[in-house]
Design a protein around this ligand. Sequence first.
Ligand SMILES: [Zn+2]
Length: 224
Amino acid sequence: MSAEEMLLSKELYKTSGWDMSERREEPSVMKVAETRLPTVRGEFRLAGYRSLVSMEEFVCLYQGEMRAAEPALVRIHAQCMTGDIFGSTKCDCGLQLQRTLDLISEVGRGALVYQLQEGRGIGIINKIRAYTLQEEGADTIEANERLGLAADLREYHQCAEILRDLGLGRVRAVTNNPEKIRALVAGGLNVIERVPLDIEPPTEAAFYLSTKKLRMGHLLELVS
Ligand SMILES: [Zn+2]
């Protein structure tokens, strides 16, 4: 970890607003299914979790032994149907997902929690409507506001809980999003490193990514 990143993680911890002692001890998620999943990147395990406090479901794709003491790559990935499945070039979600799975399979140990909350929690239909507004010049946040939706409805604490339930303790967080690092720390994980995702932005993603950086605090180096 570079000195700058060390400072950053200290700063994140300080500003997280969460006290470890305030962490809820009652489980809020439960593993309800698990299977092996052979993939193009080798064999993974796929676990299904249900929230005990909402209707939310999560899946966790992981590879290798999940041990608390050994650092593992982790990513909280929010579902993006257009990017993850259809290869949309309006965002970098699909590329981030692919890159994370590449990293995990290269190292042979890591876990990705896939949060089933399409379009930052607004749902696919509202996301399509928001894209229409963006065609007319609004940015991601303005578009959601005009639809009467909060800019970001996701919560990550249950994802951190899932990672702990798998047996993880020390983690290398694959993310550009400080909110996710805060959630991992608040969820009781020891974030020893942030692994940045430096991805060549897709053609139409430049405006979306600059919104992420300028208005949502993402840690991105943008090439203009
Ligand atoms: Zn996306």
